[in-house]
Design a protein around this ligand. Sequence first.
Ligand SMILES: Nc1nc2c(ncn2[C@@H]2O[C@H](COP(=O)(O)OP(=O)(O)O)[C@@H](O)[C@H]2O)c(=O)[nH]1
Ligand SMILES: [Mg+2]
Length: 297
Amino acid sequence: MTERTGIFSIIGRPNAGKSTLLNALCGEKISIVSDKPQTTRRAVRGVCEKEGAQLVFIDTPGLFKAKNSLGDYMTRVIETVGFDADAAVFLVEPVARVGVPEQMIIKKIKETRIPCVVVINKTDTVKEKDKLLAVMALYGQALPGAEIIPVSAKTGDGVRELEGALLKLCIESPALYPEGQKSDLSEPERCAEIIREKLLLCLDKEVPHGTAVEIELLKDGDTLCEISAVIYCEKAGHKGIIIGKKGETLKKIGSLSRRDLEELLGKKVFLQLWVKVKENWRDDPARVRAMGYIEDN
Ligand SMILES: Nc1nc2c(ncn2[C@@H]2O[C@H](COP(=O)(O)OP(=O)(O)O)[C@@H](O)[C@H]2O)c(=O)[nH]1
Ligand SMILES: [Mg+2]
């Protein structure tokens, strides 16, 4: 029985590696990752047990200037959950410059007085140790008293040290999630996110950012899971791009998704994908909510 828990929000600019870090801490893929900003749209919680403590990590969208209703929703998520945890894991790039998003986060950390660990990510890309020390010194000045830990979320370097620091911040409390629960996303939500990750991987420019995925059917059998999903896009022209010449792009999205879905569900998957247009849904708060981006997330 868990007697200690910690709720940790992971905050930082888009592409800092927040989702990659959540997955590294949880030891499995819970939040989707891509090289494109604004991949994570909602708060995604990952849960794991370490040394008798239950750690809950909240992945958040990156802090950026919202340009539509979906962006407004993402900003609200950061404001409501990002600074309301037991402690914040503030993830930064390994550069010796405090950028605008970082300045905004530092201000908010000071205002809310949330305990915070600064994590300097992507150390695998830094060759000279001096460069890393300079980044550490910079954040040490910006947030006196905060522990500063260099990691590579990608290779796992430093993740154990980070875990050790977070365990020290846990408080006495009964478990928040039932034993064995790994995420607050439902199975259909995790499946939809996997498909959205492949859209981000296979498509360029505005097209993937305007997509949303809805699972219409998830029929779980003993050895086979049947899934039917609708990919919504914003413009008629985008539908053609998603399907591709002779349906090749959609086929690739389908086969990459199926591989990951089979790993998640531990059985064969029969996947059907449909593409539908929902004109400019990201600009309309009601449509954004209808896509599942609702406040209590
Ligand atoms: N080299 C390197 N790349 C990383 C690391 N962590 C994340 N990335 C890459 O950075 C990009 C953004 O990662 P993601 O986790 O989606 O960032 P988020 O927007 O902060 O959630 C992806 O291409 C990741 O593979 C790291 O430690 N090292
Ligand atoms: Mg992310």
